[in-house]
Ligand binder design. Structure first.
Ligand code: AMP
Length: 180
């Protein structure tokens, strides 16, 4: 089975081939079509089974159908359309790196934000307008409360390692972010 046969554009198929992926893993074969259909999805699979690409690739296809910016998107400044929450800065950075690798031939505007580092570069990135944001919940809410971002344009939310985030006590933050 090929990535293209799952409904991914040439830009994405080329990027995964360059990353050395010969074919989709089982979790990707099941997750990619479901995300492309716009369904809600809960995925449980062990580390190393390719879950990240399982959501990142179809999310990028939804942002750039057939490799082109989504015409249905309103003109004007870019609003965050995809929000990926992750429990730790390491995971957030890793997921963001994966998105960048897969989106190498797409005009994706994205950023990664987490606590423990200065806010100014993150505030500047948000001010530019982003399609996709990967964030840890605490810093995201902090920036939101400072009026640095809007979440009203979010169409797709991903909770990466949701079980760990819930174990770490992020439930109130996540519920708040969903409401926003
Ligand atoms: P993950 O489970 O998302 O942490 O991915 C584990 C590793 O598998 C990462 O290094 C990915 O780059 C790699 N990977 C993801 N999908 C594939 C694939 N279809 N073929 C080969 N490697 C993959």
């Amino acid at each position: 089975m090929s990535f293209a046969s799952l409904g991914l554009s040439e830009a994405l198929a080329t990027a995964v081939a360059a990353a050395g992926y010969a074919e989709p893993t089982p979790v990707q074969q099941r997750a990619i079509p479901a995300v492309l259909q716009g369904r809600d999805l809960m995925v449980a699979a062990q580390t190393g089974t390719g879950k990240t690409a399982g959501f990142a690739l179809p999310v990028l296809e939804r942002l750039f159908p057939n490799g082109h910016p989504d015409k249905a998107q309103c003109p004007g400044p870019r609003q965050v359309r995809v929000l990926v929450l992750a429990p730790t800065r390491e995971l957030a950075a890793q997921v963001h790196d994966s998105f960048r690798i897969y989106a190498r031939d797409l005009p994706l505007s994205s950023a990664c934000i987490f606590g423990g580092v200065g806010m100014n570069p993150q505030i500047q990135a948000l001010a530019k307008g982003l399609d996709l944001l990967v964030a840890c919940p605490g810093r995201l809410l902090d920036l939101f409360e400072r009026g640095k971002m809007l979440l009203t344009g979010v169409e797709i939310m991903v909770l990466d390692e949701a079980d760990r985030m819930l174990d770490m006590g992020f439930i109130p933050d996540i519920e708040r972010i969903f409401k926003l």
